[in-house]
Design a protein around this ligand. Structure first.
Ligand code: URA
Length: 188
């Protein structure tokens, strides 16, 4: 357990526990409210995120921002992070081993932030956090409760860029999150 997120971020910046560190411009630790009630977890940085060191700043992030604006969620009020902190080459899915190695950082981020709701964006987040047997198409839109945290799996915003028909489901899932947050007076 680390004392605070700044300490953890400094460790991540220098991390060389897996091959992904070799090609990084910047590690992408996470961004947002360190006391957030709602956390969003994606897969891993893409090219834009690697350049800027901030998650979800590329095309997929812009789409997610539009949903946030449309639904009245303030991006600054939530916390956004990824399964792996360094960009996988050609945006490939992080290997099981890379995800496992990096999970220690994410676990500590969750312990320090203490979110009440975690939105799992896509299969990589879902499988690495909930279990390999889960799939996003059948799990999306349904709450999963684990160790006092409510998880909402939904499509990864990049999947919406490839298939517009997923947009409505994504929107509905985030709307469920918004409603749950409002019901409990969570920061949103
Ligand atoms: N896709 C992700 O999973 N995370 C990002 O930060 C950007 C794109």
């Amino acid at each position: 357990m680390y004392d605070n997120l700044e300490e953890l971020e400094k460790i991540v910046e220098k991390c060389n526990k897996c091959e992904l560190c070799k090609n990084r411009t910047n590690s992408v630790f996470g961004t947002g409210n360190i006391n957030a009630d709602i956390m969003f977890i994606g897969e891993g940085p893409g090219a834009d995120e690697d350049m800027e060191g901030i998650p979800f700043v590329g095309k997929a992030g812009k789409l997610m921002n539009q949903a946030f604006i449309g639904l009245g969620i303030n991006r600054e009020n939530v916390y956004i992070a990824n399964i792996v902190k360094c960009r996988p080459p050609n945006n490939r899915v992080p290997s099981k081993q890379e995800a496992m190695i990096c999970m220690d950082y994410l676990r500590n981020q969750v312990l320090l932030i203490k979110p009440k709701i975690i939105v799992l964006l896509g299969n990589t987040a879902l499988k690495n956090i909930i279990g390999e047997n889960y799939g996003i198409t059948s799990s999306r839109g349904k709450w999963i409760e684990k160790k006092g945290i409510k998880y909402m799996p939904t499509f990864h915003p990049a999947a919406l860029l490839r298939d517009e028909s997923k947009k409505l489901d994504f929107w509905k899932d985030i709307e469920l999150v918004k409603k749950e947050a409002e019901k409990n007076n969570f920061i949103i």
